[in-house]
Design a protein around this ligand. Structure first.
Ligand SMILES: *Cc1c(COP(=O)(O)O)cnc(C)c1O
Length: 393
């Protein structure tokens, strides 16, 4: 390693040690279970209702609606499945295109593929790490045409049938502006709020701005159901439709098996929902701890000339799901050297996702200029962010 690289890597590791004096491996994000998890799981097993129906599913859906302010919630097996169904309900059809940020977890684009459509990648903003409304609007203006059948990509002639902003690491995208653009161009917005449970913008919970919002309860998210996801709605009819599609499209009846279309078996099992009910009860404690941890990182990195702690330019109340440090001089090789050194000292740090348009299955997809996404990929390092880590300080 070059001298300067070595120096930066040492500075980075020293700053991490000043926040987390660890002597063991610290994962990037771990779940914790200090509430009613064991009690509800035991109750669920004792009742025999561990599978596709049971009271915890209804309870978890009601609790999530209450917490997020969505009028209706449908829980499903994971966040990817939730995105898939959200796109179908938004009207995405085979061979359509869907606008997604190039910087996201692969699930955002995979869900588009599962719906038979093609992702069309747009850039993110350095201020929010989420889809950039200005670039989105310019891109729509110059690359699309209105037809009687809807708005089309001028080059590919495919219809653009949804916009899927994602709230990166729990930081809000400028979702109000993106929704306005969606209205202006007649394209529905599906919010990938998988990382954003407990995040608010302009006083409103993320995932409730778009036509449909999606959450994930994977093991590394702010609360977990083992695996799980949810669809958030402001429209009871859409919610009922989502329930129908995710429960094999069975028409409710005491004994008759009648299904009125090809549906999915995407429902969340009752035992996972039992875990979710307990986890959601303690979310405020997790949010509180995560805010303390964020402030410690911010303070530690404040004085550095080489690193900057990422803080959204929006005024918002976000969940601090994953803390991110940025290199002042973006460089992929430097970033990788720093990560390697930090990992060797027990810190579960990691880079941002490889840009989706760089993955083999998405290389040929349409895309706008992605300069900010590229720079951010060369600059972002996520640092351990579990809420229980404040016990080190
Ligand atoms: C976690 C996540 C999802 C959904 O993931 P699942 O593992 O399927 O629950 C979708 N989008 C983003 C951005 C995510 O981080």
């Amino acid at each position: 390693m070059e001298n300067q690289t070595l120096e930066l890597a040492s500075e980075f590791v020293d700053l991490l040690f000043s926040v987390l004096p660890n002597d063991k491996m610290l994962p990037l994000h771990e779940p914790d279970f200090f509430g009613n998890e064991q009690k509800y799981l035991a109750d669920c097993v004792k009742s025999g209702w561990v599978s596709s129906v049971g009271k915890y599913v209804d309870q978890f859906e009601a609790d999530l609606a209450n917490f997020t302010g969505a009028s209706n919630v449908v829980v499903v097996v994971n966040g990817t499945a939730a995105l898939h169904i959200a796109l179908i309900i938004a009207g995405v059809k085979r061979d359509d295109e869907v606008l997604v940020p190039a910087m996201s977890f692969v699930a955002t684009a995979n869900a588009v593929s599962h719906a038979g459509a093609i992702p069309n990648f747009v850039d993110v903003s350095q201020d929010t790490l989420g889809m950039c409304p200005k670039k989105l609007k310019d891109y729509l203006k110059c690359s699309t045409e209105q037809t009687s059948g809807g708005i089309r990509n001028k080059d590919s002639k495919r219809f653009l049938s949804a916009i899927v902003p994602m709230h990166t690491f729990g930081n809000p995208s400028e979702i109000d502006k993106i929704c306005e653009i969606g209205l202006e161009f007649g394209i529905p917005v599906v919010e990938d709020a998988a990382e954003a449970l407990g995040s608010y913008y302009k006083g409103r919970h993320l995932g409730t701005f778009g036509e449909i919002g999606v959450l994930s309860f994977n093991g590394n998210k702010i609360i977990t159901t083992g695996g799980g996801g949810a669809l958030l709605f402001n429209d009871p009819d859409l919610s009922a439709y989502a329930k129908h599609l995710t429960t094999t499209a069975k028409v409710p009846h005491p004994w008759n098996f009648y299904h009125d279309r090809v549906g999915w078996n995407y429902r969340m099992p009752n035992i996972n929902a039992a875990l979710g009910c307990a986890q959601l009860e303690s979310i405020n404690q997790k949010l509180h701890n995560k805010k303390i941890l964020m402030k410690r990182y911010k303070k530690a990195f404040e004085a550095s000339k080489n690193f900057k702690f990422f803080a959204s330019k929006l005024s918002c109340n976000q969940n601090n799901w994953l803390n991110a440090v940025l290199l002042n001089n973006p460089s992929n090789t430097l970033k990788e050297a720093i990560i390697e050194k930090a990992v060797s000292r027990g810190f579960g740090v990691r880079p941002a996702w490889n840009l989706l348009n760089s993955l083999p299955m998405y290389e040929e997809c349409p895309s706008d200029n992605l300069s900010a996404s590229k720079m951010l990929f060369d600059s972002i390092i996520n640092v351990p962010s579990s809420p229980q880590l404040i016990d080190f300080g």
